[in-house]
Design a protein around this ligand. Structure first.
Ligand code: ACM
Length: 268
């Protein structure tokens, strides 16, 4: 299975242009599965809720979803992207996986970062796994990286690949996702954006370095910090079914959930 990412710089609010550019970039590489960043086609720094609501779209009826669905059909590529999703007046920071046959899955970001808490509704989908071409995969969004429980949940549900659209501004997640790969023996795909947004009295620079990581923690491909990149790599997802470090050392069999009760309680 050939998997990869599109790392690019959307222009704030220019959804149609960003979609056109993003899809054009994606088509330059042949792959089974491509991941775009979080909020890939709207930009990130919304001034306020009114501006966010104006750019949010329902799924599957919105323009962005229909355009991506058409691109997935045309290219035979499963496409994962981040978008503000409008649901009955609320807006979720969602990741959408669209399969070439038109089927789709929506994950709504569980852990909202900083100002996102003032704009979005916390995700209500939880962590789930779906199958594409016989491979199990699941989604997290950006700051979800800081919660090993999120990726662990997906891995325990059988995910061989964790898909991670991101708008990262801190320099930690790319390193952390390599560790998520090792401790769960899975592949991960982090698609981050580049560029600087200066809006709402704030200035954010995104950290690029999109990557695909393997179960041994190695980055199989890695983009630069501040240049556009469309990259893909052939992986063998079956590798992620083997949870053994040694014959007698299986990272899942060796778990002691009865000792982890603090994890599922509120902070003391
Ligand atoms: C983030 O969650 N967009 C940092």
């Amino acid at each position: 299975m050939k998997v990869g990412f599109v790392q690019f710089k959307p222009q704030f609010g220019k959804v149609r242009e960003n979609l056109q550019r993003g899809i054009e970039l994606m088509k330059s590489v042949d792959a089974d599965l491509m991941v775009f960043p979080e909020l890939a086609f709207t930009g990130y720094l919304f001034e306020d809720r009114t501006e966010l609501e104006a750019l949010a779209e329902p799924i599957p009826h919105g323009y962005t979803f229909r355009t991506i669905q058409e691109a997935a059909r045309e290219t035979g590529t499963a496409i994962v992207y981040g978008a503000p999703e409008e649901v009955k007046g609320a807006v979720f920071n969602s990741a959408v996986a669209v399969l070439p046959d038109g089927g789709f899955f929506i994950y709504r970001k569980a852990h909202l970062f900083d100002r996102e808490k003032l704009l979005f509704k916390p995700g209500d989908t939880g962590f789930f796994v779906f199958e594409f071409r016989g491979v199990k995969m699941g989604m997290i969004v950006c700051y979800d990286w800081a919660f090993p429980e999120a990726t662990r949940s997906l891995a325990l549900l059988g995910a061989q690949i964790v898909l991670h659209p991101a708008n990262l501004v801190l320099p930690y997640a790319q390193r952390a996702m390599r560790i998520r790969s090792i401790e769960n023996r899975i592949f991960t795909i982090t698609a981050n954006r580049i560029g600087t947004e200066e809006r709402a009295g704030l200035k954010l620079t995104f950290t690029g370095w999109s990557q695909v990581t393997a179960p041994n923690g190695e980055a199989l491909i890695e983009a630069e910090r501040d240049t556009e990149a469309v990259m893909a790599v052939e992986i063998d997802p079956e590798e992620a079914l083997n949870k053994k470090f040694t014959e007698l050392t299986d990272i899942f069999d060796d778990r002691r959930p009865e000792l982890y009760t603090a994890i599922v309680k509120e902070r003391a």
